[in-house]
Design a binder for this molecule. Structure first.
Ligand code: NDP
Length: 329
């Protein structure tokens, strides 16, 4: 097996933080060897997530430089390291979350890998994993959506947002969705009951009309800075604001007393906090694959060659995408 593993392969490396120009395609980055609890994966599809842009710009500090971006991929296990690798063997098709996945060959922690079920393509697996788990864990644990709840979902034509719309509907909730220009149809198709733009007065009016003036039970907000204030305004008494991203920039520090008038619960969760234990990972990935089997729509916006990673980031940051952005090594 070892003889089939090349010594070098393509990867996208950053040497400093900045704009899209810092993304350097390298044809011959060293292929790493799996250590304890790790497996080496030949990636088939690499998931692009908004968080990759935060590490690129420096909004989130990269743990080291040079650094290979990327938090998830799907592919085939080539070799395994020592220790507990959760039964993985060379040849297994896996999807996994980790670091350094903008590469043809990357290391996965076996604890954060899941075998791809028969019949699920590598593209769908890489598209479903991180965003699907985010949507799933958040509608269960950040705010447990209940039948009849009115929920505001921002960026509802996007990767996480779109999946959230679908999950809220499956759980019996009703969705008010915000989207950018030209994306209304996608949000409606996913099941949103009401769709509107981001303008504050429009959101307030639409929420008041839909909820009879009560406000929404929860807001799922991956847009961040631009929508935080209106979120507080349109929540019902005892409502929950789940602010989980920075697509428009990070939310400014918040004075706690802003939560008082309506007894609002405010969370700023991360997916990792819900799947850190292996039992949690197994339970949620199982549920994710069940959802995929039942036909939850995992929309792939486009597949970009790894070399064209800058264009992929440009489209994501430029709000040109509707669904998952994938890279192909
Ligand atoms: P998306 O596919 O949702 O892309 C981001 C979308 O945000 C855009 O398409 C755009 O949709 C919308 N948007 C609104 N305002 C802006 C703006 N000013 N600039 C750019 N985009 C804007 O990306 P992801 O699904 O990958 O991620 C969505 C959010 O979820 C991100 O903030 C991400 O960081 C967060 N996230 C958080 C996780 C966590 O654990 N906390 C895990 C995964 C994702 P439109 O044109 O319709 O407005």
């Amino acid at each position: 097996m070892a003889s089939e593993i090349p010594k070098a392969g393509p990867a996208v490396v950053i040497y400093k933080t900045g704009g899209r120009e810092v993304l350097e395609y390298t044809p011959d980055a060293p292929v790493p060897s799996p250590g304890k609890g790790q497996v080496l994966v030949k990636n088939e599809f690499i998931g692009v997530n908004y968080i990759d842009t935060y590490f690129r710009t420096g909004l989130y500090p990269a743990p080291k430089m040079p650094y290979i971006l990327g938090r998830e991929a799907s592919g085939t296990v080539l070799s395994v390291g020592s220790g507990n690798i959760y039964g993985l063997t060379p040849g297994d098709r896996v999807a996994y979350m980790g670091e350094g996945t903008y590469a043809e060959y990357s290391l996965a922690s076996a604890a954060m890998a899941t075998k791809i079920p028969e019949g699920v393509g590598g593209d769908v697996a890489a598209a479903a994993l991180l965003q699907g788990l985010t949507a799933l864990t958040f509608v269960r644990e950040a705010y447990e959506v209940k039948k009849g709840d009115w929920i505001l979902v921002h960026a509802a034509a996007g990767g996480v947002g779109g999946l959230m719309v679908e999950l809220v509907k499956i759980l019996g909730g009703k969705v008010i969705a915000t989207v950018g220009e030209g994306k209304e149809g996608v949000a409606r198709k996913l099941g949103a009951d009401v769709v509107c733009g981001y303008e504050t007065e429009e959101i307030k009016r639409v929420v008041a009309e839909a909820t009879g003036g009560k406000g929404v039970a929860a807001v799922f907000d991956g847009v961040g800075k631009a929508t935080f204030d209106v979120d507080l305004e349109v929540l019902a008494r005892k409502g929950t604001l789940v602010s989980f991203g920075n697509a428009s920039g990070p939310v400014e520090p918040v004075a706690l007393f802003r939560l008082t008038a309506k007894n609002i619960k405010l969370l700023r969760p991360t997916l990792m906090g819900y799947v850190a234990e292996r039992e949690e990972w197994e339970a949620y990935t199982k549920e994710l694959w069940d959802m995929v089997a039942k036909g939850v729509d995992v929309r792939v916006h486009d597949v970009y060659p790894l070399k064209e990673v800058a264009r992929a980031h440009e489209d994501l940051e430029g709000r040109k995408t509707m669904g998952k952005v994938l890279l192909k090594p």
